[in-house]
Design a protein around this ligand. Structure first.
Ligand SMILES: [Zn+2]
Length: 344
């Protein structure tokens, strides 16, 4: 029996030394050490041995098992190492390959202009206020001195949702809501940026949806000269330090007196060109001193306080600033257009 064990060991060692891969190695492990293998068989047959022989044979059998096991382990480690090396070689990274560029987005030009305008007014001590896009008739019109049947309502064709609710046609209702929330406190200094809606047919200069920024200031002794100084400061920061402004009399129901504000043409600096139709001026916003009736309706005593208001179209400012000739470019989401404004 001892001879058989030694033979078995020699046979196993010979086979194991020739093994070429992990699968084959596993087959050999099952063959020699498995439950149906010769070694198990010999150990099972030990019962028939004499008491003297049993420990001797047992010892040899254990040695043989140990030798085969350690050889298998050694081979296993060898194959694992080989596999790791092969994998590392296959997965080698070429650090000299050029990288794939990341797609970088940019800020939409309209948002950029809104941010620029906000920054300028925040710098002058204004606060930013926002309000709902679906408004009541009261906030959108009546509280701004536009009672029902007022002819000036025709200036703003509206999308009505119900008899009393509409998509706001201007950001002015936010001013009214702000004044109400302030409950007669002064000073009020806010700008209200946001989307507005009018029943316009879309063309190069009109859109049914666009953006406005309006602002109001209320306090004691607020005068027209304050309005002019504020707008001059704003336009100079927006369009350049040598920009001039011109005020022309106009009409808005919520201001009295009302003025339209022109800036020197951004293209020709006032010399006259195609953009300004040779006038040297471009209209950019409407403004005026707050109508006493509007102040009163929102809880401010017009005998004690006065104020001014102004409003501008963001698209118009963006078109002038960037020389864009069609308002629809802003909404088409064409990356060839938008990519020109990406700052990075
Ligand atoms: Zn011009």
């Amino acid at each position: 029996m001892k001879e058989r064990l030694i033979e078995l060991k020699q046979e196993a060692v010979a086979q194991l030394s020739k093994v070429a891969d992990a699968t084959h190695l596993n087959d050999l492990r099952v063959k020699y050490l498995g439950k149906k293998g010769p070694l198990t068989e010999i150990l099972r047959g030990m019962g028939s041995l004499s008491a003297e022989e049993r420990p001797l044979i047992g010892q040899v059998a254990n040695e043989v098992r140990g030798a085969i096991e350690s050889l298998i382990e050694e081979k296993q480690e060898h194959f694992q190492r080989q596999e790791t090396e092969q994998r590392l070689a296959a997965e080698k990274v070429d650090v000299t390959l050029p990288g794939r560029p990341l797609k970088q987005g940019g800020i939409h030009p309209l948002n950029q202009v809104i941010q620029d305008i906000e920054d300028i007014f925040i710098g002058m001590g204004y606060r930013i206020a926002e309000g709902p896009e679906v408004e009541t008739d009261y906030y959108n019109f009546e509280s701004l001195n536009l009672p029902k049947n007022h002819p000036a309502r025709d200036m703003q064709d509206s999308f009505y949702l119900t008899e009393d609710l509409l998509m706001r046609t201007q950001t002015s209702p936010v001013q009214v809501r702000t004044m109400e929330a302030m409950k007669g406190e002064v000073p009020v200094k806010v700008i209200c940026p946001g989307r507005v809606y009018r029943r316009d047919d879309d063309d190069a200069t009109h859109s049914f949806q666009f953006h406005q920024i309006e602002g109001i200031v209320i306090g004691p002794r607020i005068r027209m000269s304050d309005l002019k100084g504020t707008l001059l400061q704003f336009t100079r920061e927006m369009f350049g330090s040598d920009t001039q402004i011109r005020l022309r009399p106009s009409f808005f129901p919520f201001t009295e007196p009302s003025v339209e504000v022109d800036v020197t043409c951004v293209k020709c600096s006032g010399k006259g060109c195609r953009v300004c139709k040779n006038s040297g001026w471009l209209e950019i916003l409407g403004s005026g001193m707050m109508h006493p009736r509007v102040l009163e309706m929102s809880g401010y005593d017009p005998e004690k306080y006065s104020g001014f208001a102004f409003g501008m179209g963001v698209e118009r400012i963006a078109m002038l600033k960037y020389g864009v000739d069609d308002i629809r470019h802003f909404y088409n989401n064409d990356l060839r257009f938008l990519g020109q404004f990406a700052t990075i």
